[in-house]
Design a binder for this molecule. Structure first.
Ligand code: CP
Ligand code: NVA
Length: 308
């Protein structure tokens, strides 16, 4: 069997039109406008998570249930891949049992190795490089709040990490201006920034800042994420010092547009990257965004599993 050509390893795997269709489907699913007949035989999504997860794991499980399927937990620590069986052999075997795999891991190249050897869709459920499933919910939320995407401006304040990368790439495809403010030495990967500029095709701009105030000016959405991602725990103390001027608090939010919304992929550290006041405040759409993980991933699974 040849490798499957319908993976979701990163934002760039699909076109602007694919993303627009996906967001439209997610919205329709959320409004209850799409029904899914129970697939026969039932579809199974394997979850291979090497890092903790609440939202991604549970939203995938519930989304599969709503599609008439189910998930199977396959933690690497209790499968043979944790004892050195190759990714290629694991992918080939699992392709014969389940219909798709959602993988949360460190290296993007491990996801690519799974994709190379599998004959089923491989979904990036977060890697050090990207968090494309999160981006679905982020832009679904933006669209829901403003009834459009083209021409909106999002400011991302904090670490130039996986979440920032997916926002940059997806924003470029969807016509959302991205303004990313990070401390020196913590900017997004220059190759991703370059790629986002190419993908934007003149629809929108990509701008990097060190001053969070400057980045927030005129933004309709202000987004932040943790200062230390999973796997960076040992550097947390240093990072706390380096990011100290980058807390999304009321003063910073006041620099954005009057109707600006606040987004955070969660989990949040109140008093670090975001103040409790802002997280719980009137502008916060953080829990709507978390809910949208479910509708967005249901649309993704329906698309990749051929249920629509
Ligand atoms: N935002 C997000 O991916 O959350 P989890 O780590 O809980 O899955
Ligand atoms: N950047 C964070 C996102 C968590 C959902 C991390 O990788 O830990």
């Amino acid at each position: 069997m040849p490798p499957c050509g319908c993976h979701f390893l990163g934002v760039e795997d699909y076109s602007r039109q694919w993303w627009l269709n996906l967001l439209q489907l997610a919205g329709a699913i959320k409004r209850g406008e799409v029904q899914f007949p129970n697939p026969s035989p039932i579809k199974v999504l394997g979850l291979l998570f090497s890092k903790p997860s609440t939202r991604t794991r549970v939203s995938f499980a519930v989304a599969m249930g709503r599609l008439g399927g189910q998930t199977l937990d396959l933690p690497p620590s209790s499968t043979q891949v944790g004892r050195g069986e190759s990714i290629a052999d694991t992918a080939r075997v699992l392709s014969r049992y389940v219909d798709a795999l959602a993988i949360r891991t460190f290296a993007q190249k491990d996801l690519e190795a799974y994709a190379q050897a599998s004959t089923i869709p491989i979904i990036n459920a977060l890697s050090d490089a990207e968090h494309p499933c999160q981006a679905i919910a982020d832009f679904l939320t933006l669209q829901e709040c403003f009834s459009r995407l083209d021409g909106l401006t999002m400011a991302y304040i904090g670490d130039g990490n996986n979440v920032a990368h997916s926002l940059l790439l997806c924003g470029a495809l969807l016509g959302v201006h991205l303004r990313v403010a990070t401390p020196k030495g913590y900017g997004p990967d220059p190759a991703v920034v370059q790629r986002a500029k190419q993908l934007s095709q003149g629809r929108c701009t990509v701008a990097l800042f060190h001053d969070p105030v400057e980045a927030c000016r005129g933004a309709q959405a202000v987004y932040t994420d943790v200062w230390s991602s999973m796997g960076q725990e040992e550097a947390a103390q240093q990072r706390r010092r380096d990011f100290s001027g980058y807390c999304l608090n009321g003063k910073l939010l006041a620099e954005a547009e009057r109707d600006a919304i606040v987004l955070h992929c969660l989990p949040a550290h109140r008093g670090e990257e975001i103040s409790a006041e802002v997280l719980e405040g009137a502008a916060s759409r953080v829990f709507l965004q978390a809910e949208n993980r479910l509708h967005g991933q249901q649309a993704l699974l329906a698309t990749l599993l051929g249920l629509v």
